[in-house]
Design a protein around this ligand. Structure first.
Ligand code: HAM
Length: 418
């Protein structure tokens, strides 16, 4: 038997209904905030991600699905969507249309991580990117949108962690000091961690190694202490607006995030409901990325969230079901074409969901099935006695039945819609 690839998941109709419901709410939420949907390709040139997410990040180093196509071009399934949105922004020269562009997206991303609860190799993200504003109110808008989306979906116990990584060349100084602060503990580092410390020391701050985490918490300097006064002022205003908007947050001095493009504000929302993979979403400002990828110097800020993690945190108890309004019950094979034709007519005329059994089940099992589908009405044909002239309409909740002429069916339901 051929099975699905490790870390991927089939979404069955019940799961898709939940996701469609989430997407419906997201679409409304985004449009009332002035964000328009963007859809970019699922694969891109590999270089796009190595140059944006960063050569020495886990994502680029070991988690991307990369291959060479027939022309030898290196392509990669997107591990995230920010890089693609920015590529599209630059390629379409969108700054010429508007000084600020606000996008949102929903779609699959791919990372070859070790699968576990809330961590897949094909997962789904939604997110926003606001491109063009350097001001702290834009950071605060994006953070508050992330928070309010989870509130909209009924989640409590949200933790918002924010920090600032500053701008300019502080990373070099900070990295130097970070390395020095950890020098005495080199014996506790494994090969990979040592490599990280050397090549991209900021990444060592996201280590999952508990012992190392303790050492870092105790000894490592905080990048926030290196940032300029101007960047501190920016951060202060972000905090002031969040306070005004009643968004509870915590300044986490060790928060750096796992992608290289961030500058200034970074943030993450976590939930206790998730277990080890507790990040619901994350994001931040990336004022250099557009220029680094060949565009004009343009500031931007955004976030992305995992839909699977949202679903876990929402802990939906009941399976959603495909709705049926009217179930047509017939046990006479001679009139199957007429019954199907009538089903289509009702769908077209009334725009309601009509179900016709194709298993040729008994009357009793069709009624049972109609019940299972929560059908509001059954139309029951009794060909032997009534031909096609008349039908019974059974109101499933009142458990009442009446006989009406078949050619009055549409007007009957028009008068008494669901
Ligand atoms: P990220 O933190 O790498 O950021 O991913 C964002 C969210 O995607 C995570 O918080 C998590 O909910 C979900 N996620 C990531 N990896 C997986 C996985 N393997 N399985 C399930 N869910 C996962 C970004 O992707 C940035 N592009 C965010 C951003 C947008 N920054 C600025 N703009």
């Amino acid at each position: 038997m051929i099975k699905s690839v490790k870390g991927t998941k089939d979404l069955l109709p019940q799961d898709v209904l939940d996701i469609l419901e989430i997407e419906k709410h997201l679409n409304i939420f985004m449009s009332i905030h002035g964000y328009g949907e963007i859809r970019t390709p699922i694969f891109e040139s590999t270089e796009l991600f190595s140059r944006s997410v960063g050569e020495h990040t886990d994502i680029v180093n070991k988690e991307m699905y990369t291959w060479s196509d027939q022309n030898g071009q290196s392509l990669t399934l997107r591990p995230e969507m920010t890089a693609s949105v920015i590529r599209a922004y630059i390629q379409k020269q969108m700054w010429k249309i508007e000084p600020i562009s606000k996008f949102y997206y929903i779609g699959p991303s791919f990372r070859r991580e070790r699968p576990q609860k809330g961590r897949l190799r094909q997962f789904h993200q939604f997110g926003v990117e606001a491109i063009g504003s350097i001001n702290p109110e834009q950071d605060a808008e994006v953070i508050s949108m992330a928070f309010n989306i989870y509130k909209m979906f009924g989640l409590d116990n949200l933790k918002v962690k924010i920090n600032s990584l500053g701008s300019g060349n502080i990373r070099e100084n900070y990295s130097q000091d970070l390395r020095e602060s950890l020098n005495d503990f080199i014996a506790d580092f494994n090969g990979n961690e040592l490599k990280r410390l050397e090549k991209n020391p900021l990444r060592i701050l996201d280590t999952k190694n508990k012992k190392l985490k303790k050492i870092i918490n105790k000894n490592a300097p905080s990048i926030f202490d290196y940032i300029s006064n101007e960047d501190k002022d920016h951060f202060e205003l972000v905090k002031e607006i969040l306070n005004k908007l009643n968004i509870p947050f915590e300044h986490d001095y060790k928060l750096v995030r796992g992608l290289d493009y961030y500058t200034k504000t970074v943030f993450e929302l976590t939930s206790d409901a998730l277990g080890a993979q507790d990040a619901l979403c994350g994001g931040g400002r990336y004022d250099n990325l557009i220029e680094d990828l060949g565009g004009k110097n343009t500031p931007a800020v955004g976030f992305a969230a995992g839909i699977e993690r949202l679903l876990i945190a929402m802990n939906l108890k009941e399976d959603a079901i495909i709705e049926t309004d009217i179930y047509l019950i017939n046990t006479e094979s001679k009139i199957i074409p007429d019954v199907m034709n009538l089903a289509d007519l009702i769908r077209k005329e009334l725009g309601v969901a009509v179900y016709v059994d194709s298993l040729r089940r008994s009357m009793k099992s069709q009624l049972r099935h109609a019940d299972k589908l929560n059908a509001k009405y059954c139309i029951i044909f009794d060909y032997e006695k009534l031909n096609l002239e008349q039908v019974y309409i059974k109101n499933m909740s009142l458990k009442e039945q009446e006989l009406i002429p078949t050619d009055k069916l549409i007007s009957y339901f028009e008068k008494d819609p669901k």
